[in-house]
Write a protein that binds this ligand. Structure first.
Ligand SMILES: NC(=O)c1ccc[n+]([C@@H]2O[C@H](COP(=O)([O-])OP(=O)(O)OC[C@H]3O[C@@H](n4cnc5c(N)ncnc54)[C@H](O)[C@@H]3O)[C@@H](O)[C@H]2O)c1
Ligand SMILES: CC(C)[C@H](C(=O)O)[C@@H](O)C(=O)O
Ligand SMILES: [Mg+2]
Length: 367
């Protein structure tokens, strides 16, 4: 049997720093669990632009299409702010999502007990929180045409188009309903049907798909209210299904419920490949964090937990994923924290690599 294959794209800023900790875990799995991955590595984002003049080389795209799963760190940074839009680092990530057709983006927000005190919200509001945002990832205003900056009379106009077909809404909805079936059978769909035609269609299609899942309790909410409800009473939600842009914003918002953006993993899944595994890319929800890049301060948990999602969703290794998640939880419970999870100036934060080493020690202790 061939080993499962992984393409690692560390990217920019703190991307390579947090990915180094995932590499340690991949090594540990080979040494201690007899699970070996065929790992290749390549460039994405600004790092790819520096070498190839594009944020994702065609060869890298082709490799991503072939592997069982892609792990991505983060892209972007101020160095690239003035680049032409077509070669900005973020375009590399968007190309991967679009060409791999990764339409279902799972962004879980789970508040570990050890961090309940650390959230900016009151402990009883977030403690025990475990929600899943399903973000449609390959359409909507991120990709709709027409788009661009055009001359209009004596000024310019910037245009982006929110566009959704029924089938795009439907396939994402099915993935959200399937997840709801495995969880507590509650799904809340968020759009703005009060002001957007695409929102009206969204609500209709999701309602229609819901007829195939009679056990799932479906509700609808305007996305602005959804943002407010997420900070008012987040535990009312289980699975949330929403569009590309609302999902981007709502998931950053949900991140703070867990204590830090440095805690939120994600899985971007597409249709099954010939081997039955879904096309997949795993990445932390956070970006390249230019304000702390290069200082060894980044929290690697989001990237490590993204790898745990890869074990679960791409490789059917649910027990190994549970073990890794439990190891992260133990490290946090033991009080080992990077700076984003500390507010006591008297405590020295763990570095990125100390945090990764602590996870390895917790994994060792779990055997
Ligand atoms: N998936 C991605 O690659 C991705 C996601 C979001 C933003 N970006 C890009 O990253 C760049 C910076 O964007 P931004 O500053 O708006 O968002 P960001 O997520 O990079 O940072 C926001 C804040 O959170 C902190 N933070 C983020 N991740 C952290 C971690 N792991 N540990 C500790 N602190 C962490 C940062 O220090 C910063 O203060 C931009 O170029 C943006 O386009 C990329
Ligand atoms: C970097 C950017 C393209 C990306 C997005 O907007 O989708 C990011 O914010 C995310 O949340 O993954
Ligand atoms: Mg985002």
């Amino acid at each position: 049997m061939t080993n499962p294959s992984l393409l690692i794209l560390p990217g920019d800023g703190i991307g390579p720093e947090v990915m180094a900790e995932v590499r340690k875990i991949i090594g540990w799995m080979g040494d201690k669990r007899g699970v070996t991955f065929d790992v290749s590595e390549d460039l994405v984002g600004g790092a790819a632009y520096d070498k190839h003049g594009v944020p994702l080389a065609d060869e890298t795209m082709a490799k991503a299409q072939k592997v069982d799963a892609v792990l991505l760190g983060a892209v972007g940074g101020p160095k690239y702010d003035d680049l032409d839009f077509s070669v900005k680092p973020e375009r590399g990530l968007l190309r991967l999502r679009k060409e791999m057709d990764l339409y279902s983006n799972l962004r879980p927000a789970q508040c570990f007990d050890a961090l309940a005190d650390f959230s900016s919200l009151k402990k009883d509001i977030v403690s025990g929180l475990d929600i899943m945002i399903v973000r449609e990832l390959t359409s909507g205003v991120y990709f709709g045409e027409p788009r661009g900056i055009f001359e209009e009379g004596n000024e310019r106009v910037g245009i982006n188009t929110q566009r959704y077909t029924e089938s795009e809404i439907e396939r994402g909805a099915r993935s959200a309903f399937e997840l709801a079936m495995k969880r507590s059978k509650r799904l809340c769909s968020m759009e703005k049907a009060n002001v957007m035609e695409s929102g009206i269609l969204w609500r209709e299609v999701v309602t229609h798909v819901g007829k195939d899942y009679p056990e799932v309790e479906l509700s609808h909410m305007y996305a602005d209210n959804g943002a407010m409800q997420l900070v008012r009473a987040p535990k009312q939600f289980d699975v949330i299904y929403t569009d590309n842009l609302f999902g981007d914003i709502l998931s950053d918002c949900a991140a703070m419920l867990t204590g830090s953006l440095g805690m939120l993993p994600s899985a971007s899944l597409g249709a099954p490949m010939a081997n039955g595994r879904p096309k997949a890319l795993y990445e932390p929800v956070h970006g390249s964090a230019p304000d702390i890049a290069g200082e060894g301060k980044a929290n690697p948990c989001a990237c490590i937990l993204s790898f745990a999602m890869a074990l679960r969703y791409s490789f059917d290794m649910g027990e190994e994923a549970d073990r890794l998640e439990a190891a992260v939880e133990k490290v946090l419970a033991d009080g080992i924290r990077t700076g984003d999870l500390l507010n006591d100036a008297g405590v020295t934060p763990a570095s990125t690599s100390e945090m990764g080493n602590a996870v390895i020690a917790a994994l060792d202790a779990s055997l």
